[in-house]
Each structure stands twice: as structure tokens, then as C-alpha cells.
Design a binder for this molecule. Structure first.
Ligand code: PMP
Length: 426
């Protein structure tokens, strides 16, 4: 059954998947196909079940098929799936976002994290009248052209496209700095005075595995952006409503100019958002000269999901300490197992985002991630899968915990890790 589905898939879908990491390309072998999911469990078409540490790559903070969301969406389905005209729920959703996210006044809804980041950069360019942006090596902001850049030879050089089909002229406007390295940012500003429209950053990196920011890193970006007249964009597509109700801005007490969202604000329905003060946001059409639009933007399913998710997170902020406790239990359990079995690893964690790197050295930058042993990660991934735990199928991804992950399931995961490591050693 699994094989036949994959065989059918690769005939009609490039690589058999609609997003690359699902193909298991990072870990080899064929992907598992999933039939349904509930709470912290994934149910495969192979009849097996797996404890889920992907959570749809972030949105499922309350677990799969969370009953209040299912109920709200069912009700909305009968009313309309899309209208394409102004609705009350868009206003309610935006009001909720404004009430929860520090320092924002206005919100534009879009359909994905990619769109949100693309729009944020367009706003920054439109308002500042400058063209270049700074992004960080190893951070991901979706698949729009300006973001598909890898650092050129030596830091502080112009980036190169990391995908065919991206014009080199486009990525010439993207300068690549090192995460957790303020000096690399300052140097770029010095080299390109009056040319930089924006800095875009994942406040906690999650797309090279989980990498927390140094104490001074985010705090240092703020005055640099202000000094050089650039827009500071926090890409909170992953961290928004995951690390705290006010996201990384709240957790680290740093105020960005624009903030992007996705994932949790849709609870699994496609939605994204860009938000900021009116000074930035009012440049958008129809008010201002920066064009942006979307047939399905703010559609009633997205707004219903958003309102349901955010209302719960606003009224039940204890969920963040619960997630912290779960994360801590998992981290401690895994650290003990790795030590006992004798594997030197680094475990990075911020709240309910966690990653294991197979290396002896601290992992604070993309270069550090690249020093870690991805072959060992692949072996670990496959053993864990065999033991009923579905980790993200790549050593470059963060794992996401959900509120439904019980202490028993965490202990089950830690046992699975011990069995997996012992098997790898033999
Ligand atoms: N920014 C970040 C930080 C992300 O993690 C992602 C997706 N993983 C995106 C942007 C792009 O979002 P989407 O896949 O919804 O387009």
C-alpha cells in the first residue's frame, strides 16, 4: 500500500510531494503516507501510528483535530468558504492580532508565510525607497525570489541564487549576514549606507534546526536598523504565538517594525499575515502606492480558524508554561539517554521548539549546523520512525511540541530514543 501510493505519487506529482521536505530526501528512503491525525498521533496508511513531532511544521499547537477548531470550521462551512467581499470576521481577527502582538496597529491577511514575508519586504522597500535587504544565512522566509539566496564565497558578499529560476539580479539586492553575529550586520550597513530597506530575521531560527538568538543579537539589531533607516522585520511565521502570546517580540522584549505570521494563526488552514504600525502598513493598496492583493485572502475559513486559535491562546496563556514543561521534560530525558548511550549531541530548545544536532560543539550559526553529522541524524530518524515516533525528516528542521503531548508520550519518545541509539551503535 505504501509503495503503491508513492509509486502513483511520483508519476503525477514532482518528487511525489507538494513540498520538498515531505519526500524524505533529507534522510533517504520512501516517505510514510499519513491517512489522518488526532491529538499527538499520526495514523499511517500502513496501519501504524506515530507520535508526531512535526505538528504540520508548527500550526498544531493544540494538537490535530482540536475539537473547538473542528466545530468552528464545520459551522463556517455551511455559511461560506469564500466570499471575496469584506466580512466581520476579518475585522475581528485583525482586532485580536492587534490586541495580542506588541506594537502593531494594522494587519493585512494573506494566504501563506511566503506571501507575508514577500509583502513585508515590498512594504519596506516602498516606504524607505531603498532596494537592498539583509537576511541571515540559514534563515528561511518562504520561497519568493529575494529569499532564495545562499551566502557567496566569504561572508558579507552578495548572495547567489540557491535555486534555478531565480534571477541573479534579484538576489543581488539580498545581502547575507551571519545569524548571531551583529558585526556581520554592521559591516553590511557600513558597506551599503543608504541602500538597505530591511533586515529580515527569524527571531529564533527554526529552519536550520532550532537556534536561539544570543542575548544581545536581537536587541542589537533594533538600534542598527534605526540608525541606518532600515525596517526591522521579524519573521514570526514559526515563532508567532508559539513562544508566547506576543511571540518573540514579547519573549525577548524587542520591537520590530513589521512582523509576519503564518502557521498557528491558521491552525492548519492556509493563512498568513503581515502587521505593523500604520506608518508602514498604510502604504498598502488601496490606501497607498504599494500593491498587494489576494482572491482568497481573509476568507471565512481562515478567519474562523484564526479567531478560534487566537482567542484560546489569549484566554489560556498557561498553555505556554505547560509547553515549556513538556519541552523541558523531553530535553532532560533525551539528554540523559544520549549521555548514557555515549553519543555527543547538542540539544537546542526554546519553549516548544527543539532540535538535536549530532556534534560535540555548540550550535549557534549555520556553519555550526553544517558541522553536525546528518548521516547519524538520518539513522536516528529511521530508527525512531520504526519505534513509533515521527520526527521531522531532516536534521535542518525544528521539532514542534503540541499541548496534547502527554508525559507518557514524552517518556515513550525517550524510551524510543534509547532503543534507537542502541540499535545504531550495534
Ligand atoms: N518563514 C518562516 C520562518 C517559515 O518557517 C516558513 C515555512 N516553514 C515560511 C516563512 C514560509 O511559510 P509558508 O510555507 O507558509 O509559505
Amino acid at each position: 500500500m505504501i509503495n503503491s501510493l508513492y509509486d502513483r505519487a511520483i508519476k503525477v506529482i514532482p518528487g511525489g510531494v507538494n513540498s520538498p521536505v515531505r519526500s524524505f530526501a533529507g534522510v533517504g528512503k520512501r516517505p510514510v503516507f499519513i491517512e489522518r491525525a488526532e491529538g499527538s498521533w499520526l495514523f499511517g496508511v500502513d496501519g501504524k501510528k506515530y507520535v508526531d513531532y512535526i505538528g504540520s511544521w508548527g500550526p498544531m499547537i493544540f494538537g490535530h483535530a482540536w475539537p473547538p477548531l473542528v466545530e468552528a470550521l464545520k459551522k463556517q462551512l455551511e455559511l461560506s468558504t469564500s466570499i471575496g467581499l469584506a466580512t466581520e470576521k476579518e475585522v475581528e481577527f485583525a482586532e485580536l492580532l492587534v490586541s495580542m502582538v506588541p506594537g502593531i496597529e494594522k494587519v493585512r491577511l494573506v494566504n501563506s508565510g511566503t506571501e507575508a514575508c514577500m509583502t513585508a519586504v515590498r512594504i519596506a522597500r516602498g516606504v524607505t525607497g531603498k532596494q537592498k535587504i539583509i537576511k541571515f544565512n540559514g534563515c528561511y522566509h518562504g520561497h519568493a525570489d529575494p529569499f532564495l539566496v545562499k551566502a557567496g564565497s566569504g561572508a558579507l558578499t552578495f548572495g547567489k541564487p540557491s535555486s534555478l529560476g531565480v534571477p541573479p539580479e534579484t538576489v543581488k539586492e539580498t545581502l547575507v549576514a551571519e545569524f548571531n553575529d551583529l558585526q556581520s550586520v554592521e559591516q553590511i550597513f557600513e558597506n551599503h549606507r543608504n541602500e538597505i530597506a530591511a533586515i529580515i530575521v527569524e527571531p529564533v531560527a527554526g529552519n536550520m534546526g532550532c537556534i536561539p538568538p544570543h542575548e544581545t543579537f536581537l536587541k542589537g539589531l533594533r538600534p542598527l536598523a534605526t540608525k541606518y533607516g532600515a525596517c526591522l522585520i521579524f519573521d514570526e511565521v514559526m515563532t508567532g504565538f508559539r513562544l508566547a502570546a506576543g511571540g518573540a517580540q514579547e519573549l525577548f522584549s524587542v520591537q520590530a517594525d513589521l512582523v509576519t505570521f503564518g502557521k498557528i494563526i491558521g491552525g492548519g488552514i492556509p493563512v498568513g499575515a503581515v502587521a505593523g504600525k500604520s506608518r508602514w502598513m498604510d502604504c498598502l493598496a488601496p490606501l497607498g502606492p504599494v500593491y498587494q492583493a489576494g482572491t482568497l485572502s481573509g476568507n471565512p475559513l481562515a478567519t474562523t480558524a484564526g479567531i478560534t486559535m487566537l482567542s484560546e491562546l489569549k484566554n489560556n496563556q498557561a498553555v505556554y508554561s505547560t509547553l515549556e514543561n513538556k519541552g523541558s521534560r523531553l530535553e532532560t530525558g533525551l539528554a540523559e539517554v544520549f549521555q548514557r548511550v555515549g553519543f555527543p549531541v547538542q540539544i537546542n530548545r526554546v519553549g516548544s521548539m527543539i532540535s538535536i544536532f549530532f556534534t560535540e560543539n555548540k550550535v549557534e550559526t549555520f556553519a555550526d549546523v553544517e558541522q553536525s553529522d546528518m548521516k547519524l541524524f538520518s539513522a536516528f530518524f529511521h530508527e525512531m520512525l520504526g519505534n513509533g515516533v515521527h520526527l521531522p525528516p531532516s536534521g535542518y528542521e525544528s521539532w514542534f511540541l503540541t499541548a496534547t503531548l502527554s508525559a507518557d508520550l514524552i517518556d515513550f519518545t525517550v524510551d524510543a530514543a534509547e532503543k534507537s541509539l542502541k540499535k545504531i551503535i550495534t
